[in-house]
Ligand binder design. Sequence first.
Ligand SMILES: O=C(O)CCC(=O)C(=O)O
Length: 288
Amino acid sequence: MNRDPLTPLTDADVEAYRRDGVVCLRGVFDPAWIALASAGAERNLAEPGPYAHTYARDESGHTFFNDVVSWRRIPEYGRFLTESPAGQIAARLMGSRSARVFYDSMFYRTAGTRSRTPWHQDKPYWSVEGEHVCSLWVPLDPVGRESALEFVRGTHAGDTVYYRDSFFADGQGAHAFESAPGDRDARETKRARIPDIDADPGKYEILAWAMAPGDCLAFNGMVLHGGSGNLPAGRRLRVLAARYTGDDAVYRPDKPGGTDPDLRHAGLEPGQHFQGPHFPQVWPRATG
Ligand SMILES: O=C(O)CCC(=O)C(=O)O
């Protein structure tokens, strides 16, 4: 299995990541990595963890499922997060000397599932502070443009922090950072309401790509993104999102509005740099 990206990253990739908040990298993982992560996803579906959620299930059984923070109990994910080229890619794009595992997130939609992920930013509700936070969204099945994860180009660069809508189809949401029917006072968390991007697509520059297994998206924790539903009949979509932090990132669980996922089990103090067995350094690789 390849340890370095099969297709080397270019300066143009780094520039796109910094300018747009997202870059699509083609053919970076060889098929053995995708097979390994897929075996992990199947294990994960058979053995959901304590944080697993079914965000949507309709009367025909179309299902949108998510699980997080599984890599220490699912060995296939563990190898992917710590040994694949993912950490090296994240470090290069973040402009960080090092990369550490932050956590993993698995998104699974059964064939024909329409449920979209709402537009959102990630970092405002993650227990992290710092510039060096990067996600690699690794599809384990082919993705058409109509089902792609979409990004509003360049939105990582502003200083606007938005409420996150609930990911549950029925709108239930346990966190204060999720806007609720009846609405919270924006002053409570100093968060803005997400504009209605879908109602006015001409106003926003949307980036999205059809992808094949072996490709990945790498994106900044502040860029607005959503979508990835709208699957045609007969096509399911399994995605492993591998998330990394870099040199300047510290643990920040005490955010107004709360944080998710809950990483308190890792035993870090607020403000502490990520370290320890829950957040291993994967780049530079250990030698010897
Ligand atoms: O794949 C999806 O539906 C959502 C992905 C996402 O929001 C993320 O990885 O941060």
